[in-house]
Design a protein around this ligand. Structure first.
Ligand SMILES: [Zn+2]
Length: 158
């Protein structure tokens, strides 16, 4: 398993991750923060399988529509955060003066679900607190924790 951090929304310090299986080049993108062309360029040599949001806040879903316009793949989010995708008040983008409305989820995740890319398994761990449907994604020795953890602290609870 390999991964790369994309800092496409530096104002919010949001981490967007590209995660892929080196043998098959199958990939997921975690939290496309912003409609940045870099997202598409980075995916040129990979086979995107899913877009996965760790939770429904605007700075983690702002690039969903842009990616899905370029790649016909399922959008995945925990079921408790699904409503945030299309509601700028719930996803808090309205309070920043930009109404972010993402396409609806295709797959509603729950604790224990497995996301398969190539020969690799990514496990969904439900970690409510920051949002009701916050998740972490675990594979090998990697944990993609969204806003469950902030640097040197836990995430702000909402
Ligand atoms: Zn958040």
């Amino acid at each position: 398993m390999n991964y790369k951090i994309l800092r496409i929304l530096p104002e919010f310090e949001t981490n967007t991750y590209l995660v892929w299986d080196e043998k098959t080049s199958e990939a997921i993108i975690i939290d496309p923060a912003f409609p940045a062309p870099a997202l598409i360029n980075e995916l040129k040599n990979l086979k995107l399988k899913y877009v996965v949001n760790t939770h429904g806040h605007g700075d983690h879903i702002g690039g969903n529509e842009f990616v899905l316009q370029n790649f016909k793949v399922p959008l995945c989010i925990h079921k408790n955060d699904a409503e945030m995708l299309s509601n700028p008040y719930l996803n808090l983008s309205n309070s920043f003066g930009i109404d972010i409305i993402s396409p609806k989820a295709d797959i509603l995740l729950k604790d224990g679900d497995k996301i398969i890319i190539g020969n690799e398994v990514i496990k969904v761990i439900h970690t409510p607190g920051h949002t009701s449907g916050g998740i972490c994604l675990h594979t090998d020795n990697l944990l993609f924790s969204g806003d469950t953890l902030f640097c040197e602290s836990i995430g702000r609870t909402g």
